[in-house]
Design a protein around this ligand. Structure first.
Ligand code: SF4
Ligand code: SF4
Length: 245
């Protein structure tokens, strides 16, 4: 049974989400540093939903999300965090159109952060299929590498999937930009950059968030980065020795 049912379903046998928990979640959303920047009021005009690509394909409406927040509908907010907020494509068309200069996409991003903070099952489920991409982003700053594009990984490409059989190794070497002469990453990322990126993920709390939604992936990332840090330190030591010589 989804957690959505727990919030306000009178027929559910599971206990409803306690009021204190709903308030705690809303306080975290409202207390986010960007909240007042993203929400100024709402006419309920629906312009955001009319221009939202995700609203065309999913049971999702940015107008509904903004109304839930504006009217402080705590159960509705909790309900939306179980599934709907994960449908937003973060394109920010809504923000460009809203007459109140709201950013429904920005509000959704805040709600996602809070869903992760509260270790909601929806956040874990949404991120699970992307663990390989997450590992790539966190360890190299690249999202997708050419060698990750396989028939098995992209069955939804239909007939276009045949294009992935191209000899990418050779084709990439033909690109007149040396950092693109690889298929292991989208572009070559040097060791120092990887270590710096990792330090940013660490200092900004991204890794803490990762640990709360996917402990296994967190452990893998930590191992990869420990190795990279050691490798980078060895490189620095070698430089010092060369300078002393
Ligand atoms: S968020 Fe803006 S565009 Fe969307 S319904 Fe409210 S006022 Fe209209
Ligand atoms: S940012 Fe999200 S809510 Fe806004 S238009 Fe894009 S998909 Fe829709």
């Amino acid at each position: 049974m989804s957690q959505a049912a727990l919030a306000g379903d009178p027929f559910s046998e599971a206990p409803a989400v306690p009021r204190e928990k709903l308030e705690e979640i809303f306080d975290d959303i409202k207390g986010h540093i960007l909240y007042d920047h993203e929400l100024h009021g709402c006419l309920n005009c629906g312009i955001c939903t009319a221009t939202c690509p995700s609203a065309h394909y999913y049971d999702y409406s940015p107008r509904e999300i903004v109304q839930l927040l504006w009217t402080e509908n705590l159960e509705g907010i909790h309900d939306a965090m179980q599934e709907k907020i994960w449908a937003c494509a973060q394109c920010y068309t809504c923000a460009a159109r809203c007459p109140f200069e709201n950013s429904p996409g920005g509000l959704v991003m805040i709600m996602r952060e809070v869903a992760i903070k509260h270790e909601m099952e929806s956040a874990k489920q949404v991120l699970r299929p992307f663990s390989r991409v997450l590992l790539k982003v966190i360890s190299t700053g690249n999202q997708l590498a050419p060698n990750m594009i396989t028939r098995e990984a992209f069955p939804d490409w239909g007939p276009n999937v045949s294009k992935v059989d191209a000899p990418l190794n050779i084709l990439r070497k033909a690109i007149p930009v040396p950092t693109l002469h690889t298929i292991d990453t989208a572009w070559v990322v040097n060791l120092k950059t990887s270590v710096e990126l990792y330090t940013i993920w660490e200092a900004t709390g991204v890794l803490d968030q990762l640990e709360s939604v996917d402990e296994n992936l967190f452990d893998v990332v930590t191992d990869v980065m420990d190795e990279k840090r050691e490798e980078y330190q060895d490189w620095l030591d070698d430089q010092d020795e060369d300078d002393d010589a």
